[in-house]
Ligand binder design. Structure first.
Ligand code: SF4
Length: 462
């Protein structure tokens, strides 16, 4: 049977989509391999959030053109957000690409590949006996970037690795917020949610297969179900979902990402205070500390409201970690706007933050603004803000030295295979000595030191 390789760019949603595709291919008898050179099918699951992500995937596919010459039977495909945004135009400059599948059609990939693998193999076998023209006539590609009703319910299966204790569950697709810098509403479409029953069934199945921690995924996760399901007892559909998943027997930890400050209401704060499986970590995108820039971004909250929300979350759950996303260099961002962001970040003392330089995306209002910021200024603000974030990160990690933390062991450390690694409930990475029997288990670890973004310690045996 054919062998496939899939490379994923971008966020956790993309990782989850790739696992769905991998599962459907394995179910058809395809074999997953770890490198493109061994594969008969090479898929790039792409991201479009920043220009750099687009360029990386395009560059990679360009380089794969060499492999296409050496192994003409290999099928090449683009999946996901960039495929959705660019569609058939991707075939123009990259003639070896056979397949372009958008974000609502991952469940069709296996069918399309069956067809392409067979055709391409036949074509390769015939090649010595036919002219180039005749071979070009035989060439065909498949492009499917159409919308599909119900596609949010098609991301529901995944392959688990031996000992895998954490898994993502996609609860909704799309976003209706239209932040002026973001291409996601174009690539992922409008908000559509799965039912609570479907999501809980997937969670139960994962737990039966050994998973202990589930992360609920959505572009705007806390607004889950707002178009489909009613509030009950003043609880949003998202809080109802959290309560139901919290009830799954054998599940130890529950996370969600990424919420929007809008829609983070009292019922959700209350859920954070009372649902025991909900891990003490909230990733809450800030984007800017300047009200003028927030307005221009079409983020319908103020810096004051954001700060108040952080304080309410911190009061609701002792020791909760708060992380964020921030964009610097949004069109029109003055030194004073940036200073307001910096001051708010210093005041909040985030556990960690992803800081991005604004990357204008095609067809977004931000890209059309005449007030673009010089790349050099963006870079300076980026470096400056990273220093502020790294300082609070270091201080918080150092505060954990000489304490004991609960770690869900995920496997060998990437940098030193002789050690194990996992995450605390507050999502801190911990590296520790231990044997492989601990993989997939909850382990208490005594922290000895903090270095970079990781903690180091020894398991506590009782
Ligand atoms: S809420 Fe998030 S996904 Fe939706 S438009 Fe804004 S940044 Fe993009």
């Amino acid at each position: 049977m054919p062998k496939f390789f899939i490379k994923t760019y971008g966020c956790q949603m993309n990782e989850r989509d790739s696992e769905q595709v991998a599962h459907s291919l394995v179910a058809r008898g395809y074999e997953r391999v770890g490198h493109e050179s061994e594969a008969d099918v090479v898929l790039l699951n792409t991201c479009s959030v920043r220009d750099m992500a687009d360029q990386k995937a395009l560059g990679k596919m360009g380089m794969l053109g060499r492999l296409a010459k050496e192994r003409p039977h290999v099928v090449f495909g683009f999946l996901g957000c960039m495929a959705q945004a660019r569609g058939a135009s991707l075939l123009k400059d990259l003639p070896h690409v056979d397949l372009v599948v958008g974000t609502q059609k991952f469940h069709r990939v296996a069918d399309y590949l069956d067809e392409l693998v067979t055709t391409k193999a036949a074509r390769t076998e015939c090649a010595p006996y036919h002219s180039k023209r005749a071979m070009d006539d035989l060439r065909f590609s498949i492009v499917d970037v159409d919308e599909e009703v119900g596609s949010q319910s098609t991301i529901r299966d995944q392959q688990l690795m031996p000992g895998q204790a954490t898994a993502f569950v996609s609860i909704m697709q799309g976003c209706n917020m239209h932040c002026t810098f973001c291409i996601v509403p174009q690539t992922r479409g409008a908000e559509r949610s799965r039912s609570i029953a479907e999501i809980v069934a997937e969670g139960r199945d994962l737990v039966l297969r050994g998973v202990k921690e589930v992360t609920l995924l959505g572009q705007i996760v806390n607004l889950y179900g707002r178009h489909e399901f009613p509030k009950i007892d003043n609880k949003s559909p998202f809080v109802q979902l959290l309560e139901s998943v919290n009830e799954i027997e054998g599940l130890e930890r529950l996370r969600f990402t990424s919420p929007h400050p809008i829609g983070f209401r009292d019922d959700l704060i209350d859920a954070i205070s009372r649902l025991p499986k909900l891990a003490e970590h909230v990733h809450l995108p800030l984007q800017s500390g300047s009200n003028k820039i927030l307005r221009a971004m079409h983020r319908a909250y103020t810096a004051e409201k954001y700060l108040d929300l952080v304080e309410r979350i911190r009061r609701a759950r002792n020791g909760v970690a708060i992380t964020t996303d921030i964009i610097v260099g949004f069109p029109g961002e003055t030194d004073d706007d940036y200073r307001q962001t910096r001051e708010l970040v210093e005041q909040i003392q985030f556990d960690n933050a992803f800081v991005f330089r604004c990357s204008p995306r095609r067809d977004t209002p931000a890209a059309k603004s005449p007030d673009q910021i010089d790349e050099h200024v963006k870079e300076q603000r980026n470096q400056d803000l990273l220093e502020v974030v790294n300082k609070s990160n270091r201080r918080i990690l150092e505060g954990l030295v000489a304490t004991e933390v609960e770690v869900l062991c995920e496997g060998p450390s990437k940098t030193n295979r002789a050690r194990l690694t996992g995450r605390t409930r507050t999502n801190k990475i911990v590296v520790f000595e231990g044997n492989e029997e601990l993989i997939g288990a909850l382990v208490n670890v005594r922290i000895h030191r903090a270095n970079g973004f990781s903690l180091y310690g020894t398991p506590v045996m009782r």
